[in-house]
Design a protein around this ligand. Structure first.
Ligand SMILES: [Zn+2]
Length: 426
């Protein structure tokens, strides 16, 4: 009898072990939230360390798809305590090299991120692609440039605004100082030097780097003066950077709400299974939902109060976006987002909204027609011409860009502000 009882007790203990020692949860699918709705950050990144001659970022890459890994930053503003590790950056695995998407807040961050990726595949980083000018996304550039000889592709606004000269109302001003270099400890910023971007594009481009098809998509003035996202059509992955955030309130300090809505609609017009936001941990098909709703209700409510005659001085009292009160950074960022959108929406024109779904459909049809014509021409020449192997191609998609230009003027835009799900006010 005693024996049976002790066996039962041991069994009960073994069964309850995962609950008692709740630390060793294996995340089967890293794109999913845990049962409390939190992402896996605390599982993957136990705590920040920070001591030593180099700040220890304690980085752990999270696998998103077959060839994409990302590092997830804290849901905070940049501080000494997080050493600027508060945005997301990714690595894409090519055949012979890594491609980096955003390079993080410092040289040391980039160096430590690479050390982790090298364990997965010992390949250099030859290309770094940057989403936008905010310094939590590109201050690791000089690590990749100096150590790997990488080429940096990024927005024009990075060089203009940080290296200067900045052209403002006919005058030239020097470049701005970065927040990180002003705010962080020496052991986090040491070795970080502003590295110029080598290549900037005027419009969306399709790239093939080390066997990976990439579309670097321009969305223009959205979260900042010049935003881009990266689309991996074969992997069905969007690396959205800051035009999408989740789990926290977005920062629209440099942005435009209508530009944001257009950017998100451009992303929604593409086919994807995973989306990595610039800040936040949700990467599944719901990843953009919070941003869609946020910009939609922000726009609707500010416009509504404007119609009621509420003046700018009182707009932050009248539009409080209570649904987002529980999100990180609400108290710091929400009022300023409301105020800034008031200024912008005073000049609101419905035609500013772009119907990206229609544009994408047209682009696809054109591409298919072109591919068909090309295939027919090639078939005719097949016997005479030897096909050459193309290692790296880069093609400016001028046709689609032209189509986008004419389309936006010819066709009255569909009011594509997403519908707002009913949410109870707190
Ligand atoms: Zn940003």
């Amino acid at each position: 009898m005693k024996k049976i009882l002790s066996i039962v007790l041991i069994l009960a203990f073994v069964i309850s072990m995962p609950f008692i020692f709740n630390k060793s949860v294996t995340v089967e699918n890293p794109n999913k939230l845990d049962i409390d709705g939190n992402f896996i950050l605390n599982e993957w990144v136990p705590s920040r360390v920070g001591e030593g001659p180099d700040w220890n970022y304690n980085l752990k890459p999270v696998k998103i798809s077959d060839r994409v890994w990302c590092f997830f930053g804290a849901m905070e503003m940049p501080t000494k305590e997080n050493a600027g590790d508060m945005s997301n950056s990714c690595y894409i695995k090519g055949d012979t090299e890594w491609i980096a998407w955003d390079s993080g807040p410092s040289y040391i961050f980039a160096k430590q991120a690479y050390a982790e990726m090298k364990k997965i595949a010992d390949m250099p980083v030859k290309t770094v692609i940057i989403s936008h000018e905010h310094d939590d996304h590109w201050l690791g550039n000089n690590y990749y440039k100096e150590v790997h000889g990488a080429k940096i592709i990024g927005a024009h606004s990075i060089n203009e605004n940080y290296f200067g000269p900045r052209h403002i109302e006919g005058k030239d001003y020097p470049g701005m100082q970065t927040r990180m270099i002003k705010a962080l400890y020496q052991n986090a910023t040491r070795d970080t030097v502003l590295a110029l971007t080598d290549e900037a594009h005027d419009d969306t481009v399709e790239l093939k780097i080390a066997g990976v098809n990439l579309e670097y998509v321009k969305v223009g003035y959205a979260h900042s003066e010049e935003d881009w996202y990266l689309y991996l059509p074969d992997d069905k992955v969007v690396l959205a950077a800051d035009v999408v955030m989740n789990g926290r309130v977005t920062s629209n300090r440099d942005g435009l709400v209508i530009g944001q809505i257009n950017a998100i609609n451009s992303i929604r017009a593409r086919e994807w299974d995973y989306l990595v936001p610039g800040h936040g941990f949700i990467t599944d098909k719901t990843a953009a939902d919070e941003s869609v709703k946020y910009f939609s209700i922000l726009t609707d409510r500010v416009l509504e109060k404007m119609e009621d005659g509420v003046i700018a001085d009182f707009i932050t009292k009248e539009v409080t976006l209570d649904e987002y009160r529980e999100k990180d950074l609400y108290y710091i960022l929400s009022p300023q987002n409301v105020f800034r959108s008031y200024e912008e929406l005073e000049m609101y024109d419905e035609d500013d909204l772009i119907d990206y779904v229609a544009l994408e459909a047209e682009k696809k049809a054109k591409k298919e027609a072109a591919a068909k014509a090309k295939a027919e021409a090639e078939a005719a020449q097949a016997q005479t011409v030897e096909p050459t192997k193309v290692e790296k191609t880069e093609e400016v998609n001028t046709e689609a860009a032209d189509a986008a230009k004419t389309e936006s003027t010819e066709v009255p835009s569909v009011p594509s502000v997403p519908s707002v799900p009913a949410v109870e006010s707190v």
